[in-house]
Design a protein around this ligand. Structure first.
Ligand code: NDP
Length: 284
């Protein structure tokens, strides 16, 4: 009887340890190379991900109720003793309505409030275009960084020219640029530029996106490389990025896929596989 109680208590408390290796950022912090995308999400998906060993979650103020859903799930998981705040890596984004320097603290505080957190691990400018000079917005990002509301700051959907302007004027360098990136749009040129400046690339829609994943994941080359390694086309698409030191944030609401999308560390693509996947790129 006593043993049954202990075993039950252990299984309630049990979550997988962190699975994805961490990548070093230019400010010394380390990000798990696989995160959960939450363009839409559920309490169950967040719990499944944390229990499967995810520690990195990507969200935004404008992903409907995602921040609130994530906040509630994390609060429960923390109070159940399954995870500690400091083990998590939470990323959120500044929306265009808050691009004035004085509004950046308002934007981040709203996200923190939704998430029930005191700080973010990474805060990104979601889009460069808003009618406000990006340098003004970046000063606001540096303000909230200095205030300790986020550990790192970065950008999303920026091109080389926009990043050059930040680098020429910034006190704090962006740690990442989050852009669309998958085998059909591999961002080689931008990735080379970012690597040269020690800025990571984070791949959104790494599976082709909500409306494009069916096409990408049926690609005969990805499927056949997957067969060779006994994995799915989705795992090939994600592993391809990891071998390029690119961070991936696949989104799923489905437990089977959530598990699959982080089960990437028991196989390795060969140089020939990588060359073949490179050849799928459709956008220069
Ligand atoms: P993804 O490339 O992650 O694809 C998600 C789609 O793939 C969903 O339809 C999902 O279905 C399906 N899927 C997930 N895993 C598998 C699998 N193993 N096998 C087959 N199908 C699978 O698209 P997103 O556009 O959602 O991008 C990921 C995240 O990037 C977003 O959720 C968001 O966090 C971020 N993002 C950032 C943007 C930016 O501007 N910075 C823009 C867009 C996204 P199901 O849910 O049913 O499992």
């Amino acid at each position: 009887m006593f043993e049954i109680i202990i075993l039950t208590a252990m299984s309630i408390l049990c979550v997988n340890t962190e699975i994805a290796p961490r990548l070093l950022l230019n400010d010394g912090f380390k990000i798990p190379i696989v995160g959960l995308g939450t363009g839409t999400t559920t309490d169950e998906a967040v719990r499944d991900a944390i229990e499967a060993g995810y520690r990195h979650i990507d969200t935004s103020l404008n992903y409907k109720d995602s921040e609130k859903t994530i906040g509630k799930a994390l609060k429960d998981l923390i109070s159940e003793g399954k995870i500690k705040r400091e083990e998590l890596f939470i990323v959120s984004k500044l929306e265009t309505s808050d691009h004035e320097r004085s509004r950046v603290p308002i934007g981040i505080k709203q996200s923190l409030d939704n998430l029930g957190l005191k700080y973010l691990d990474q805060y990104l400018i979601h889009h460069p275009q808003s009618g406000v000079d990006v340098l003004e917005t970046w000063r606001g990002m540096e303000d909230v960084h200095k205030q300790g509301l986020t550990k790192s700051i970065g950008v999303s959907n920026f091109d080389e020219e926009q990043i050059d302007r930040i680098l020429a004027n910034a006190t704090v360098k962006p740690v990442t640029n989050q852009v669309q990136c998958n085998p059909y749009h591999n961002q080689k040129k931008l990735h080379d530029y970012l690597s040269k400046h020690n800025i990571t690339l984070t791949a959104w829609s790494p599976l082709g996106g909500t409306f494009g994943s069916e096409n990408l994941l049926k690609d005969s080359k990805l499927v056949s490389i997957g067969h060779k390694h006994n994995v799915t086309a989705a795992q090939v698409a994600l592993r391809y990025q990891i071998q390029r030191n690119i961070i991936v944030i696949p989104k799923s609401l489905n437990k089977k896929y959530i598990l699959e999308n982080i089960d990437l560390f028991n196989f390795k693509l060969t140089d020939e596989d990588i060359t073949e996947i490179d050849s799928l790129n459709k956008i220069q």
